[in-house]
Design a protein around this ligand. Structure first.
Ligand SMILES: Nc1ncnc2c1ncn2[C@@H]1O[C@H](COP(=O)(O)OP(=O)(O)O)[C@@H](O)[C@H]1O
Ligand SMILES: [Mg+2]
Length: 345
C-alpha cells in the first residue's frame, strides 16, 4: 500500500536577512508525515525547529524569507498559494499549537466566543453551541458550558492549553503542528496534555508534527523522529531504531541526557560546547567542533544518507557503522516510562 503523505516538505530553506548578517535558520530540510502518524522534530534551542513549523504554515515574516523548497499539504503546494488560499487552509487543514497558550487566545473574549469565531472563519457559522461544548468536553473540560462562558485568564495554564488544542482540532484538520506544546506547563499537567493529544490525533487519524527538545516526549509520542542541528536534519529514523541504533554523535548527546532509572541520580552528561553561530556557519560538518569522533573527512559537509530503510544520517563516520555503546543507550521503554511518571521526579 502506497498512501501519499499528508505533509511533504522538500528542501525547505528559510533565511533571515538581518543587519548583522544572513541567518539560514532552515537549510534544505525534507521530511514527510503520514495520516495518523506522529513525527517528532527534536534538537537544541536555536536549531530551527520553530522556523520550520512557521515556514510550513507560511507564518514567517520580515526579515525572514522562505527562499526555496516545497511544502505539500494533501497534494497542494502551499508555497505557491495566494495569501487568501493559505489563510483558509490554516485552521481547516492544518492546526497549530504553540508553547504559550496565550499567544493563541484573545484575553478579552470568552472561550466560547473564540471557538464560534473559528467555526465561522471556516464556513461553519451555523454550527450550534453543542459543537463547541463537545469540543471542550473532548479535551477533558469538566464543565464545558461553564468553560465556554469563561475568559482565558480565569483558567489554569493546563486548561488554557486544552482550549488551544480544542480550537486547533475544531475543524478536524488533517495536520496538527505542535511546537513545544507542554514546555510551559507543570510536569503533572504535561503528561495529561500529551496523553490528550495522542488520543485525539489517534481517534481522528491526524498527522502530527511534534516539536520538542525533550527525548522523553519523543519516546512517548512519536512513530518517527527527525533530529535537527544548526538548521539541518542530521538524523531521521523510526523512534525504536533511533534509541536502539542511533547513527549520529549529536543524537547520542541527546540520548545520554535522558534521566535513567538504572543510573544513580545526579548530574546528567551534557554536550560540551555550543551550537555554531547561525550567521557564520563552519564549513564541513556543523557538529564537528563538539564531536569526539571528528576526523579529517568531516571538513567536507556530509550528505544525509540512508544506513537502513527509513534511517538516514548526516555523518561520515557513523555511515561506516560506528554506533553508540549499549551501556550508554537508554531504552525507548525506559524513556517512555520515565516520561509517563514525570510527575514522580
Ligand atoms: N525573527 C527572527 N529574526 C532573526 N533571526 C531569527 C528570527 N527568528 C528565528 N531566528 C533565528 O533562527 C534560528 C532558528 O530559530 P528557531 O527555529 O526559533 O529555533 P528552535 O525553535 O529550534 O529553538 C535561530 O538562530 C534564531 O536566532
Ligand atoms: Mg522553538
Amino acid at each position: 500500500m502506497n498512501v501519499s503523505p499528508v505533509l511533504k516538505v522538500k528542501d525547505l530553506t528559510t533565511r533571515f536577512h538581518t543587519s548583522y548578517g544572513t541567518i539560514t535558520a532552515v537549510d534544505g530540510v525534507s521530511f514527510t508525515v503520514g495520516r495518523g502518524e506522529t513525527l517528532g522534530l527534536v534538537g537544541e534551542s536555536g536549531s530551527g525547529k520553530s522556523v520550520t513549523a512557521m515556514s510550513i504554515l507560511r507564518l514567517v515574516s520580515n526579515p525572514g524569507r522562505i527562499e526555496s523548497g516545497s511544502v505539500e499539504l494533501n497534494g497542494t503546494e502551499l508555497l505557491s498559494l495566494d495569501e487568501e488560499g493559505m489563510r483558509r487552509r490554516r485552521g481547516t487543514e492544518a492546526g497549530l499549537v504553540f508553547q504559550n497558550p496565550m499567544t493563541a487566545l484573545n484575553p478579552v473574549f470568552t472561550v466560547g466566543w473564540q471557538m464560534r469565531e473559528a467555526l465561522k472563519a471556516h464556513g461553519r457559522g451555523q454550527a450550534g453551541a453543542q459543537v463547541i461544548h463537545k469540543a471542550l468536553s473532548d479535551v477533558g473540560m469538566p464543565d464545558p458550558e461553564r468553560q465556554a462562558a469563561s475568559f482565558p485568564h480565569q483558567m489554569s495554564g493546563g486548561m488554557r492549553q486544552r482550549v488551544v488544542i480544542a480550537l486547533a482540532m475544531l475543524n478536524e484538520p488533517q495536520l496538527l503542528i505542535a511546537d513545544e506544546p507542554t514546555t510551559a506547563l507543570d510536569v503533572t499537567i504535561q503528561a495529561q496534555v500529551l496523553d490528550l493529544m495522542k488520543k485525539l490525533t489517534h481517534d481522528h487519524g491526524t498527522a502530527l508534527l511534534l516539536i520538542t527538545h525533550n527525548m522523553g516526549v519523543i519516546a512517548k509520542m512519536c512513530d518517527r523522529v527527525a533530529v535537527m542541528y544548526a538548521g539541518e536534519i542530521v538524523e531521521e529514523a523510526p523512534v525504536g531504531q533511533l534509541f536502539a541504533d542511533s547513527r549520529h554523535p549529536y543524537t547520542w548527546g541527546l540520548l545520554r541526557s535522558i534521566p535513567r532509572a538504572d543510573h544513580p541520580r545526579g548530574q546528567l552528561p551534557t554536550l560540551p560546547g555550543s551550537p555554531p553561530d547561525m550567521s557564520a556557519l563552519p564549513t564541513g560538518c556543523r557538529f564537528r567542533d563538539r564531536c569526539a569522533l571528528a576526523q579529517e573527512r568531516c571538513k567536507t559537509h556530509p550528505s544525509l544518507l540512508a544506513v537502513a530503510p527509513g534511517h538516514l544520517t548526516r555523518c561520515w563516520v557513523t555511515q561506516d557503522g560506528v554506533t553508540l555503546g549499549a551501556s550508554e543507550r537508554p531504552s525507548v521503554e525506559n524513556a517512555r516510562k520515565l516520561e509517563q511518571h514525570a510527575h514522580g521526579r
